[in-house]
Design a protein. Structure first.
Ligand code: AMP
Length: 399
């Protein structure tokens, strides 16, 4: 996947349309609670400004489903970005006839300045990949840059459609620095890992992770499975799992994997009679889960066993929490694995967290700066690890 980047083309004096991923979490008052995605886009934006480009940014935020919805306006993002860049960011206004403010952006775009379109999902044609919207967006671009790794698994007008429209007009469509970094880390780990290569999968549903298990298993030396997913494996092994998460449809799949010696499962788990932080928790062996309890975290013996494997690894990819980390009493397993990744980084391993919940957990538990790479895309990194082509990347110019 060798795609052209912003450094491969001339952007000086050009109008550059950049798809970024500013889909940031906000609290009820609209304040941004985690600006990692905005910060991650800065290298591309500052490079383009330094080169003398006129930068027009676009992103989706939340799910306004094709309607202009004030709650999902990018206004707070424009303000935050302006603060980070130390320069004005002109947010254009959404109107019923021009929900992204494309015409206003055309008028406002100027060299070494930044314009931000309104939420791409204010337009009904974004998620349907409407060619009319793609064509309209393409009129903004002398150059199109996709830096939105987190949205690259979606074939939408602002990711895939516009890239094709720009190329049809004989203009370049290339990747930004963040996109390149994500592809380099995730792709490098999969194609050419320094061994031992260990993958850790957790989270709730086996079903969602079957494609990634199937894709990673032949590549890795060890595949650690934790989180809610693990209980379907225990059930497949004939254990009582009480009220723990069970994914009936994946039982057969789990059974086929039980004798694969690359797969490592937890040996103990933390159970409770209810799904609540203050429910009385006990640690039991996986073969001794009481019928009236549910497993909400991996136990300390599992953390120790996983940590041993992780510390010996040279490449580690982690996707999915080890337990219900949102509840502090059941976050110890996830914190233990995060600590093991941080230790492995210190020992020279490349450690990668594949976005989503495990990225949030590493941030929340204070390990983020000790991980080699935390992906900005949950869904996108999972699809990448599954080996699926990402439409937003495929559409870009090859080197
Ligand atoms: P996923 O989106 O599949 O990666 O799942 C993430 C969710 O799995 C998080 O919200 C966790 O709280 C949840 N989770 C992890 N372990 C368990 C468990 N043992 N029981 C119930 N939910 C879990």
């Amino acid at each position: 996947m060798n795609k052209k980047t912003i450094e491969d083309i001339d952007v000086a004096g050009k109008r550059v349309l950049v798809r970024v991923d500013f889909n940031v979490p906000q609290d009820d008052s609209g304040a941004i609670t985690d600006d990692r995605r905005i910060e991650s886009a800065l290298p591309t934006i500052t490079y383009l400004l330094r080169q003398g480009a006129a930068v027009i940014l676009m992103s989706h935020l939340g799910r306004p489903k094709g309607k202009i919805t004030p709650k999902y306006s990018l206004a707070p993002v424009a303000k935050h970005l302006a603060g980070l860049l130390g320069t004005d960011v002109a947010l254009v206004y959404a109107t019923e006839t021009d929900p992204l403010g494309i015409e206003e952006a055309k008028a406002k775009a100027a060299h070494r300045s930044v314009v931000l379109l309104e939420n791409t999902r204010f337009a009904g044609g974004e998620e349907t990949n409407d060619p009319a919207l793609s064509a309209q967006l393409a009129t903004l671009a002398d150059v199109y840059v996709n830096d939105a790794f987190g949205a690259a698994h979606r074939a939408h007008a602002s990711t895939e459609g516009v890239a094709h429209a720009v190329k049809r007009a004989g203009k370049p469509a290339v990747s930004g620095y963040l996109m390149q970094k994500e592809l380099d880390f995730l792709g490098g780990a999969i194609r050419n890992p320094v061994r031992p290569f260990v993958a850790i999968l957790g989270g709730a549903k086996v079903k969602d992770k079957i494609p990634v298990i199937e894709s990673l298993l032949p590549q890795v030396d060890t595949l650690i499975v934790g989180g809610g997913m693990a209980y379907t494996f225990y059930k497949a092994a004939g254990h009582e799992i009480g009220k723990s998460l069970l994914d009936e449809t994946s039982l057969e799949f789990c059974k086929t994997l039980l004798c694969d010696d690359k797969i490592v499962l937890p040996v103990d788990c933390v159970v409770a009679p209810a799904f609540a932080n203050d429910a009385p928790a006990t640690t039991v062996k996986v073969s001794e889960i009481p019928a009236d309890q549910e497993g909400l975290d991996i136990g300390p013996a599992s953390v120790a066993a996983f940590a041993e494997i992780i510390k010996k690894a040279k490449t580690v990819i982690w996707n999915g929490p080890m337990g219900v980390f949102e509840m502090p009493n059941f976050a110890h397993g996830t914190a233990g694995v995060a600590q093991a990744l941080a230790d492995a980084t210190g020992l020279g391993a490349t450690t990668i967290i594949g976005g989503g919940d495990s990225a949030a957990a590493a941030e929340q538990l204070g390990f983020a700066d000790k991980i080699t790479h935390i992906s900005t895309g949950g869904g996108a990194s999972l699809e990448f690890l599954e080996g699926k082509p990402l439409p937003g990347v495929v559409a870009l110019d090859d080197k």
